[in-house]
Design a binder for this molecule. Sequence first.
Ligand SMILES: Nc1ncnc2c1ncn2[C@@H]1O[C@H](COP(=O)(O)OP(=O)(O)OP(=O)(O)O)[C@@H](O)[C@H]1O
Ligand SMILES: O=c1ccn([C@@H]2O[C@H](COP(=O)(O)O)[C@@H](O)[C@H]2O)c(=O)[nH]1
Length: 350
Amino acid sequence: MLRPLLSLPLVRLAPRHSFTTTARWRDKAQRKFDQKIQQRRAENPEFGQSYTRWNRYRRNIYRNLPTVPAFLCTLSLVWGYFYMDQAVKHKKQEKEAEEEKLREQYPLASHESAPAPPRGMEEFHGMELPKLLYQDSPFTKDNTTVIFVLGGPGSGKGTQCKRLAEEFGFAHLSAGDLLREEQQRPDSAYAELIEWCIREGKIVPMVVTITLLREAMKQSGSNLFLIDGFPRSMTQGSEFEQYVCPPRLVYYLECDEETMTTRLLDRGRTSGRIDDNMKSIKKRFQTYVVSTYPVLSYYQNMHKRITVDSTRPVDEVYADLQRVTRKILSVHPENPFTKPASTASSEAQS
Ligand SMILES: Nc1ncnc2c1ncn2[C@@H]1O[C@H](COP(=O)(O)OP(=O)(O)OP(=O)(O)O)[C@@H](O)[C@H]1O
Ligand SMILES: O=c1ccn([C@@H]2O[C@H](COP(=O)(O)O)[C@@H](O)[C@H]2O)c(=O)[nH]1
């Protein structure tokens, strides 16, 4: 039982002769032991007859004894393995407890397992935009100003767009809001598809989103657009540029994940949105990193991206965006003719 154990490859691997001190110590101990036995036997021939087997084992133990450093190494490896294993388990438990606490804190969170994608999803993803529809696009880069507003979920795109629209007269079109409206429309063919994508944090096939955006642009009667939360992927961006209109600028609201998560969970208390819960938020971040990051890099390389730190309070973020927008639209506070009509007229009356 003991012999095979002591012959473990690890023990065998111990560099017996390289550690001369311990080898010498081992040989000395064995020699001493043998001498003692011989001496006892000389005194009493009966001695040790019943212990022969045991003595052989002891000798083998000495022979196979790993050198001290190898033994210590093995011991520390085993200890390290168990320690690491325990540490990982502990961290996982801590994370689960934290998530559970968040779920209790934010009762809107939905935890049911993800449903299967609705029928037709694959079909839509591979679908080309109905190009004929865009041949007569009334929007060109000369008669239209489009600004894309991008940033992670909860970075404050909607909040800032609303203020910019009020002050500068933009038509504010949120791709997410348009999709949610379409999902609510009673006879919409895409309701199920949109709901599934939003809950799962996936990108709705662009043929749906671009059609909705283009219709909303037409209906607004404006030529100044803030397009909020679009494009979410490179293909969406290039199709929009080709068939609707290229953007003049891209505002990027940069924010860390922790801040965005806190904001979204806080908004989830009252928003009623099916994706303002921990499970969907994680998936939305994943989609954002994989699909939307390349869009941000692309516009950075095109020198069209304006980055604003949106971890700051709303007013500070807005002040930066306001400054840039004034410059772009050549709107100066002193010049009433370049101000939006509502502000200019109320000031003129007073
Ligand atoms: N600068 C800020 N500081 C603190 N809270 C903010 C700030 N900007 C926005 N918020 C809050 O964070 C939440 C999310 O903001 P908002 O809806 O504008 O983000 P969003 O980027 O449009 O999100 P989504 O992509 O999910 O639509 C809101 O409750 C809003 O009041
Ligand atoms: O271009 C878009 C924009 C949005 N979506 C889907 O809508 C949700 C919510 O978008 P918000 O901008 O956060 O309101 C998003 O997670 C996507 O599922 C889209 O598919 N394409």
